[in-house]
Ligand binder design. Sequence first.
Ligand code: SF4
Ligand code: SF4
Ligand code: SF4
Length: 370
Amino acid sequence: MTTAPAPSLTAAPRIAELDVLWITAGLSCDGDSISITAATQPSLEDLLLGALPGIPKMRLHHPVLAVENGEEFLKPFRAAARGEHPRPFLLVVEGSIPNEKLNREGYWAALGTRDDGQPKTTCEWLDELAPHAWGVVAAGTCATYGGVHAMSGNPTGAMGLVDYLGWDFRSQAGLPVVCVPGCPVQPDNFMETLLYLLYQAAGLSPMIPLDHALRPRWLFSQTVHEGCDRGGYYEQGDFAAEYGSRKCIVKLGCWGPVVMCNVARRGWIAGVGGCPNVGGICIGCTMPGFPDKFMPFMDEPPGAKMSSAAVLMYGRTVRALRNFTKSSLEKEPAWRSPGGALTTGYVRPAAATPAGLDAKEPGDAAEEKP
Ligand code: SF4
Ligand code: SF4
Ligand code: SF4
């Protein structure tokens, strides 16, 4: 049986150059754009300057970071929308998608103008760009599942890109919408996903593994709680009653035990921070049900009342036993003293025992020092 040759970093990339067309014209605060400028694993500069071997050359077209403006900036977007862009492109969308079918006049969100001089809505851009895209990525919770703009009572009928394009949407590369949620998106989570897709475009990695909510599996497979610095306090039933405490903040409203997010483990910038680690309750911003299902934010989650009550009983007992053991372990053994007697339990051969030193039997343990 023959096996396929392993992908090689020195082989010519399957796609040599990939454009990233980034639209922030959803209902958005641009927080995800700001977030990714803080990434370090890899940094935006690493990808733009080709610091990593084997990946396609990346050209970024981003409304905030671009040097071009006006029609000059829109040129690659217009070409891509006509299906005439000279290179494969990755469409990145930031912000939720308003339902333009619901507005009576005017529009909710737009970028540039159409041929008739009227604003070209974000929905029109998406309708034209998505079918030609090598891949489509939703950056941040607004773009993935709707986020804050899609909460109950909103007037725009906003939704995430997955709902807009459809959960069965497939890009030119056969990818569904790749969702990297977070409000804002954790910088390295986004850049690592982008890096994965670049390796995939280069033919150096298999299809990106996504979970049921289309999030990269390796980034969203653990709860906040499982990586939280305060987990030890939770397990001992040691809960903070007010902010500023180092204890578990579940009673202040932390949803960490049921939220899929790696921020407590990964930190925010260069490994530093991570909501509950630094005293901020987890409000579930990476979850499709955010924000409605987590409100009101500052109340103890209903499920946590029961689990923390159970943990409290167990935790108090365990804590008392641990304190007992700890106080013993905090004391040095008594034989470490400058007195004239050797009390370590060492047995000196009888012939070699000098006068004045008492040989002890093994196991003749001394009391601990106070
Ligand atoms: Fe802003 Fe958060 Fe929406 Fe991103 S997900 S656009 S940071 S509100
Ligand atoms: Fe879990 Fe939140 Fe407590 Fe951390 S602060 S241990 S995530 S409940
Ligand atoms: Fe959002 Fe919670 Fe993760 Fe913080 S820890 S980024 S609030 S999901």
